[in-house]
Design a protein. Structure first.
Length: 669
C-alpha cells in the first residue's frame, strides 16, 4: 500500500491539497488560478508538502480532480471539431429532442452545438440495428475526407446510426480519418457511449471530441510541472467517482466533466461510513458554487445520464446537483428591489471584497465576516480578511435595499441558505425522499459555517462534520477507488433474452471495462453488473443490479418489484425488455486510518475565547475554539470552531461530541 498519498482538487476559488502520510492528514489551500489551473495546483502542492515536512519524491500516488472540462463546457469553449454522421442525419445534433429549452420562456434557446453546420459531414453508409443496410462506400468517402481536411479540425466526432449495435462502419471511418488527419483527436460514439438514443449519444461524443484536446493540453502542462518537482503523474477523477490513468482521461474528456464534485462526493461517502452514519445528505459549499448529493448506505447515488450546461451527457456519473451559492457568490438587488445572491461569483480574482484584491461587490464571505462567524485574524489560504472592506461593500447594498448593514448581511446569508435548501429539496423531497431521515454532512471551505441553519430549515436532527471538511474533496481523491465502466444497449426480449446471450454480453463488457481500468479481465477488481429493463412500449428503463451469470426469470422478477416500488404497480401482461447492460470494475482505494492521534495535553481552557456573533437577529457571545476539538470533546452552541481550512458554526440549540477521527457529531439540544 502506498505510504504517502496526495490528492489535489481545483475549485473555482481555491485549490485544495490533502496529504496522507503515516496515518496523519495534512491539508492546505491556495487560491485557484483560472487562467492556468496548473499554477494553482503547484502552489497547493508546495504548501501541503511544506506543512507535512515531506519531499515530493516521497509521494507515491497523486490523484487529481479539476474543472478544466467543466468550465469549458459551461463557457461553450471547445477545440475546432468536425462531426461525421450518417448521410441525412448531420443535423441530428442541432435538432435534438425538439423540446423547448424552457416551457414558458419562449425566447430561451438551447446551447448551440459545438460543431457548426460547415463542419458537419454526411457519411455514405447506413447501419441498422441488425446489421448493414447500406455498405460503407469508401470511394465516395474520398471527397468527404478532402472537405474534412480542408476544414482543419483539431478533433473529429464520428456518430453513425446504430453503431451501438455494430461499430464496424464507425471503426472503418475512424481509420480513414486517422490516415488523413493523424494529428486530430478522434472520438467514436460506440466507444465513448455505447448506448442507443441517437441524440444523446451524438451530443456526448461531440463533447468528448471537442474537450479532449483542451484537457490533453492541460494535463501535458501539469505533468511537466509535476515531474520537474519529482512528483508522479496524476490519476484523474471521473464523473463516476473513480480514478483512471492520465492517458485514458486525456483521450476521453467526457468522463471528467464532473471530476471536481465527484471527489467531494467520494470523500463524503468514505467519512459517512467511518462515522457510523452511512445515510447522509451532503452539501459541498466552496467559493463559487454548492454541490449537493445523497449518500445511501455509504454509497453515493449514481445516474446514467444528465444535462450539463443544457447539453446531455449519456455517461455514468455521481448524482450531484449544483447551484450558484458559494462563499464568493455576489449579493445584488434585482429590478424589483429584492435581495439576490449568485449565481455570479467573485471567484478567485478579485474575490470577495474582504480579500483586499480589488473586489468591491458584497459576497456571502463578506456577510459571514460581519456576522462574526469568521475571524479576521485567521487568514483563508493565506488571504487575510479585511472587515472594513467587507463592511463598506455590504453597506452600499444595504443602502440600496433600505436596510442597515448587519440586517443586510443576515439577509445575504439567509438567501444563500435558501438556495442550498432548495437544492437539497430537489435531491430529496422532489424525489419522494424524507430529508429528516438522514444526517447532514457539510464540507467545502464554507459548508460548515451554514450547517446548522440548513439543518434547521430541513428539520434534520443530526449533523456530521468531518475534521477535514475544508479539504474533503482532496481527501476523497487521495482515498478514491479505481474504476472502469463499459455499457452497451442490447435491446433483447422474448426468445432473444437468454442466459447464454447475457453471459456473452457481460463477458465482452467486462473485457472492455478492464481495458479502461488498465487491468486484465481476470484481475482482482470487484465486478458490478447493472441490467436496465423496461416493459415493452415504455420510454425509460430501471436499473437492476444482478450477477454476471443471471437467471432471466429472477432478473425479470427483480425488475417487476422495482417497478412496483417506483411506480406503484407491476404489469404481468406486458413483456419485459432488457435495454442496456453496464459493467463496472472497482479496485478499492487504500485503507486509511483517520483516527486523530493525541498530541501533548493542552492546558485547561487553552485555545478558548469568546466573540460576539449574530444569531437570529441578536448579538450573542459565542465560545471560540481556535483549534479543532479533540476526540471526546463536547460542544454546545453558540460556538465557533476552527477546523483545518474551514470554520464550523454551532448555533444555539445544538450540541455534540467529537469522535476518534475528529468528526464532530452535532444533535439538537
Amino acid at each position: 500500500m502506498p505510504r504517502v498519498l496526495l490528492g489535489v482538487d481545483v475549485g473555482g476559488t481555491f485549490t485544495d491539497a490533502a496529504l496522507l502520510a503515516d496515518g496523519r492528514l495534512f491539508s492546505a489551500k491556495a487560491p485557484s488560478t483560472p487562467d492556468n489551473q496548473a499554477s494553482g495546483v503547484i502552489h497547493a502542492v508546495h504548501a501541503v508538502l511544506e506543512r507535512a515536512g515531506r519531499s515530493p519524491h516521497e509521494v507515491e500516488a497523486l490523484a487529481h480532480g479539476m474543472t478544466v472540462t467543466t468550465n469549458a463546457l459551461l463557457e461553450g469553449r471547445a477545440a475546432p471539431t468536425a462531426l461525421l454522421a450518417t448521410e441525412g442525419f448531420t443535423d441530428l445534433i442541432e435538432l435534438g429532442r425538439q423540446a423547448r429549452a424552457s416551457l414558458y420562456r419562449l425566447c430561451e434557446q438551447h446551447p448551440p452545438p459545438l460543431t457548426p453546420p460547415e463542419r458537419r459531414f454526411g457519411v455514405p453508409e447506413r447501419m441498422g440495428p441488425d446489421g448493414p443496410l447500406r455498405p460503407l462506400d469508401e470511394v465516395a468517402c474520398e471527397p468527404l475526407l478532402d472537405e474534412l481536411a480542408a476544414a482543419s479540425p483539431q478533433a473529429v466526432a464520428v456518430v453513425l446510426l446504430h453503431s451501438y449495435a455494430d461499430g464496424a462502419h464507425e471503426r472503418r471511418v475512424g481509420e480513414l480519418v486517422a490516415e488523413r488527419l493523424p494529428e486530430a483527436h478522434l472520438s467514436l460514439s460506440h466507444q465513448v457511449v455505447g448506448t442507443f438514443r441517437e441524440y444523446e449519444r451524438a451530443a456526448t461524443t461531440e463533447i468528448d471530441a471537442g474537450l479532449s484536446p483542451l484537457l490533453s493540453g492541460y494535463l501535458r502542462a501539469l505533468v511537466t510541472r509535476l515531474s520537474e518537482l519529482g512528483l508522479p503523474a496524476p490519476q484523474i477523477m471521473q464523473s463516476s467517482g473513480g480514478l483512471i490513468d492520465l492517458e485514458t482521461a486525456a483521450g476521453h474528456a467526457a468522463v471528467t466533466v464532473l471530476s471536481g464534485p465527484a471527489g467531494g462526493a467520494a470523500g463524503a461517502a468514505l467519512l459517512a461510513s467511518r462515522s457510523g452514519h452511512p445515510d447522509v445528505l451532503c452539501f459541498d459549499m466552496g467559493g463559487t458554487s454548492c454541490d449537493v448529493c445523497v449518500v445511501d448506505g455509504g454509497r453515493v447515488r449514481e445516474t446514467t445520464g444528465r444535462l450539463i450546461a443544457g447539453r446531455p451527457l449519456a455517461l455514468p456519473a455521481l448524482d450531484v446537483h449544483t447551484v450558484g451559492a458559494g462563499g464568493g457568490s455576489v449579493a445584488w438587488r434585482d429590478p424589483g428591489g429584492a435581495l439576490r445572491v449568485g449565481p455570479r461569483s467573485a471567484g478567485a480574482i478579485p474575490g470577495p471584497a474582504s480579500y483586499g484584491r480589488g473586489g468591491t461587490e458584497p459576497t456571502v464571505t463578506d456577510a459571514n465576516l460581519l456576522l462574526g462567524y469568521l475571524d479576521p485574524s485567521s487568514p483563508l489560504a493565506g488571504v487575510a480578511l479585511d472587515r472594513g472592506l467587507a463592511e463598506r461593500a455590504v453597506a452600499r447594498l444595504a443602502e440600496a435595499l433600505g436596510l442597515d448593514t448587519i440586517a443586510c448581511a443576515e439577509g445575504i446569508v439567509r438567501v444563500a441558505n435558501a438556495e442550498m435548501v432548495r437544492a437539497l429539496r430537489v435531491m430529496t423531497v422532489e424525489r419522494g425522499v424524507d430529508p429528516r431521515s438522514y444526517a447532514l454532512m457539510p464540507f467545502g471551505g464554507a459548508g460548515p459555517v451554514h450547517a446548522t441553519a440548513i439543518a434547521d430549515a430541513l428539520e434534520i436532527e443530526r449533523i456530521v462534520c468531518p475534521r477535514a471538511s475544508g479539504v474533503l474533496s482532496a481527501l476523497g481523491l487521495a482515498a478514491a477507488e479505481r474504476r472502469g465502466d463499459a455499457q452497451r444497449s442490447v435491446l433483447r426480449s422474448g426468445a432473444g433474452l437468454t442466459r447464454e446471450a447475457l453471459r456473452r454480453e457481460v463477458a465482452a463488457l467486462r473485457e472492455q471495462a478492464a481495458r479502461v481500468l488498465g487491468r486484465s479481465p481476470a484481475g482482482s477488481a470487484a465486478v458490478e453488473v447493472e441490467y436496465h429493463l423496461r416493459y415493452q412500449g415504455q420510454s425509460f428503463e430501471l436499473p437492476i443490479v444482478g450477477p454476471e451469470d443471471p437467471d432471466v426469470e429472477r432478473l425479470m422478477e427483480g425488475f417487476a418489484e422495482a417497478h412496483e416500488e417506483r411506480y406503484g404497480y407491476r404489469d404481468p401482461e406486458s413483456e419485459g425488455e432488457l435495454v442496456t447492460i453496464r459493467v463496472t470494475l472497482r479496485e478499492p482505494g487504500p485503507e486509511l486510518d483517520l483516527r486523530v492521534t493525541g498530541g501533548p495535553p493542552e492546558a485547561p481552557g487553552s485555545g478558548l475565547s469568546r466573540r460576539e456573533a449574530i444569531f437570529d437577529g441578536r448579538a450573542r457571545p459565542a465560545r471560540v475554539l481556535a483549534r479543532p476539538p479533540e476526540p471526546g470533546q463536547s460542544l454546545e452552541g453558540p460556538a465557533i470552531v476552527a477546523l483545518p481550512e474551514a470554520t464550523l458554526v454551532v448555533a444555539p440549540g445544538w450540541r455534540g461530541e467529537t469522535d476518534d477521527a475528529g468528526t464532530v457529531i452535532l444533535e439538537r439540544a
